[in-house]
Design a protein around this ligand. Structure first.
Ligand code: NAP
Length: 279
C-alpha cells in the first residue's frame, strides 16, 4: 500500500488525487489525524496522529511506500521521528517533504527538516528526500492585498525565489511514490524559473493595471508588518528570517528536477497571479 500522512492538508489532498491517476485507488491510503476530513477522497482512510505512535503503527503496518508530509508543530522533529520508526518497522520506503538545502541552510525554518533528515538517514530506512522549494501559495495574501496597498512588502532584497505551485509538488511526490529508482535520492524540487519580489510586484501590476511596487524592508520592520497583519510574533520572526535567507540565495536554485519528475513545465508565477486574481 502507498500511505500518505497529513493527507487532510492542502498538499496531502493533491498528492492523493495525483496518485489516483497513476495507481489503482485500492493501493492508496489517506492517513490523517482527523480521518473525517479525508472521507471524500475515494481511497482507504486510516487514523495517523504524529503525536500518537500507536496510530502510526496501525496506519503504516502494510505500507510499501510512505509519504511523510511534514507537520507544523514546535515538536515536529520528534513527531516525524515517530513516523520514520513506523515506516522502518513496516519495511516501507519513506519519502519526506523537506526544505531546500536542509542540511546546509541557516534558516531557522529548516532546523526541524535538518533534524528529520538526519534521523531518517541514521535510521536505516529506505528513503527519498523531497526538498520542496517555496509554494506560490505562500504569496496568496501578499498578491490579493497588493492592489489595495499598492505594494508587496518583504525583506528579501533582490534574492530569487524558485517557487512552484502545490499542485506541481504534489505531482512530483506522486511520481516518486508510484515510480521506481528513487531510493536514496535527495531531490531539490523547485519551479523552472526563479523570480524576485520586485518581479512579483511587476506581474501583479501587469495583471491589474495598477502600479504595484516592491518595498524592501529591514528584517525587523518586515517582521513588524507581518505581526501587524496578524501573524503570531515568533512566526513573524521566522518568516522575516526566511526573507533574509532568500536575499542570500537560499531559494534561488532551479535544477529542473521537479520538471523532469512531472514531465511538464512548472506553473509560472505570472499564471498563478492571473488565476488567483481571476483575470
Ligand atoms: N514549501 C513551502 O513553501 C511550505 C509552505 C507551507 C508549509 N510547508 C510544509 O509542508 C507541509 C504541507 O503543506 P500544506 O500546505 O499541505 O499544509 P497544511 O494544509 O497546513 O497541512 C498540514 C497537514 O499536517 C497535518 N498534521 C499536523 N499535525 C499533525 C499531527 N500531529 N498528526 C498528523 N497530522 C498532522 C495536518 O492535519 P490536520 O488537517 O488534522 O490539521 C494537515 O494534514 C506543512 O505541514 C509544512 O510542514 C511548506
Amino acid at each position: 500500500m502507498i500511505v500518505v500522512t497529513g493527507a487532510s492538508g492542502h498538499l496531502g489532498r493533491l498528492v492523493i488525487e495525483e496518485l489516483k491517476k497513476r495507481v489503482p485507488a485500492e493501493r492508496i491510503v489517506a492517513a490523517a489525524r482527523t480521518p473525517e476530513k479525508v472521507a471524500d477522497l475515494g481511497v482507504e482512510v486510516r487514523e495517523a496522529d504524529y503525536d500518537r505512535p500507536e496510530t502510526l503503527k496501525g496506519a503504516l503496518g502494510d505500507a510499501t511506500r510512505v509519504l511523510l508530509i511534514s507537520g507544523l508543530d514546535a515538536n515536529r522533529a520528534q513527531q516525524h521521528a515517530a513516523v520514520v520508526d513506523a515506516a522502518k518497522e513496516a519495511g516501507a520506503t519513506l519519502a519526506y517533504t523537506s526544505a531546500p538545502n536542509a542540511d546546509l541552510t541557516e534558516a531557522a525554518l529548516a532546523a526541524d527538516h535538518k533534524a528529520t533528515e538526519a534521523y531518517i538517514t541514521a535510521s536505516g530506512v529506505a528513503y527519498t528526500l523531497l526538498r520542496n522549494n517555496w509554494y506560490h501559495e505562500n504569496y496568496e495574501q501578499s498578491i490579493t492585498i497588493a492592489p489595495q496597498l499598492g505594494a508587496v512588502y518583504g525583506a528579501a532584497g533582490d534574492g530569487r525565489i524558485a517557487a512552484a505551485s502545490r499542485a506541481d509538488y504534489a505531482a512530483g511526490a506522486a511520481a516518486v511514490l508510484a515510480g521506481e529508482g528513487h531510493e536514496g535520492k535527495v531531490y531539490e524540487l523547485s519551479g523552472d524559473i526563479a523570480w524576485t519580489l520586485a518581479e512579483l510586484a511587476a506581474e501583479i501590476s501587469a495583471v491589474t493595471g495598477k502600479e504595484i511596487t516592491y518595498q524592501d524592508l529591514p528584517k525587523d520592520d518586515y517582521a513588524g508588518v507581518l505581526a501587524g497583519a496578524g501573524v503570531p510574533a515568533p512566526m513573524a520572526g521566522v518568516l522575516a528570517d526566511v526573507d533574509v535567507q532568500i536575499s542570500r540565495g537560499w531559494l534561488a536554485q532551479t535544477p529542473g528536477t521537479l520538471r523532469e519528475l512531472i514531465g511538464r513545465p512548472t506553473q509560472p508565477i505570472g499564471e498563478y497571479v492571473r488565476t488567483l486574481l481571476g483575470r
